[in-house]
Write a protein of this length. Structure first.
Length: 287
């Protein structure tokens, strides 16, 4: 209540920090805090809602993965969406509050690209016309990076860039802040590209495995001449798809030269694929 007190125009940073400390100290903190904050963000008092959004952003920055996991659930995202939706509180929520909520959700799609529900929620808002265009965050407004995670974050992997970023963020000059923002964006872009490659690799290997398993089953039936017309068509389709997957695997292998484990997975998938294609040609030719 003190951290979101609407009678105080300025943020009460001492209370906000104490709230974050309480979230971190209490076992149930990360699951209770989003519910409390949602209630305050939906307040008809503009100042209370804006303070609550500041508390939320500070928690995202200071309260770790369990808190991130809670805010990425539809249960919490729906509470934010209610503030924007004309079906709920959108008709009387102030433009300032709605603008901040939109900015918050949009910034999470950037900071947490792996959280599909956040992206889905934001895309739904755009699809329904509630969000007309992506908010433009001012160049000198730094989006706070999420708090350190157990695994290395993008800000730990490149030591040189991390040191430069830390130096720029400490500066009071707006040019340095703009440079920091550009650096953060480029680091995020690099990380998203890496993520996309990993996702592409995982999906392709999974598709190879499923197709090869299904082809093996159908080929066994084909040998015993127990294949229906539709199964026969399915077998041909699988063969054609598997042939197209081979160059895709080669391309993935060339992108993955610096990761031995991933490369081994790709080569293993390629062996299975080659075997299945050879088996198909052999069985079909013999019949």
């Amino acid at each position: 209540d003190k951290a979101t007190d609407p009678s105080i125009p300025e943020e009460n940073w001492e209370c906000i920090q104490r709230f974050c400390d309480q979230v971190n100290a209490d076992t149930e903190g990360p699951s209770l805090a989003p519910r409390l904050l949602a209630h305050k963000i939906q307040s008809p008092q503009e100042m209370e809602a804006l303070h609550a959004l500041t508390v939320l952003e500070t928690c995202v920055n200071n309260c770790g993965e369990r808190f991130h996991h809670e805010i990425a659930k539809f249960r919490f995202l729906n509470e934010l969406i209610k503030v924007l939706s004309p079906k709920y509180y959108g008709t009387w929520s102030s433009e300032k509050v709605k603008s901040r909520v939109t900015e918050v959700i949009f910034s999470w799609t950037v900071w947490f690209p792996q959280e599909v529900k956040i992206r889905d929620a934001y895309q739904m808002l755009k699809k329904q016309g509630i969000v007309k265009e992506d908010p433009k965050v001012p160049e000198d407004k730094i989006l706070p990076p999420p708090s350190p995670r157990t695994q290395n974050s993008i800000f730990d992997t490149d030591e040189e860039k991390s040191k430069l970023l830390a130096r720029l963020l400490k500066s009071n000059h707006s040019e340095d802040l703009q440079a920091a923002n550009r650096l953060i964006k480029s680091m995020i872009k690099e990380e998203q590209e890496k993520s996309a490659k990993v996702s592409r690799r995982v999906n392709t290997i999974s598709e190879v495995s499923e197709n090869v398993t299904r082809m093996d089953e159908l080929l066994e039936n084909y040998k015993r001449q127990e294949l229906s017309k539709s199964d026969h068509e399915t077998l041909q389709t699988l063969f054609q798809r598997c042939e197209k997957l081979r160059p895709l695997l080669f391309r993935l292998a060339s992108e993955t030269v610096d990761d031995d484990e991933a490369l081994a997975e790709i080569l293993q998938a390629n062996d299975k694929l080659t075997q299945a294609l050879g088996q198909y040609r052999q069985v079909v030719a013999s019949h």
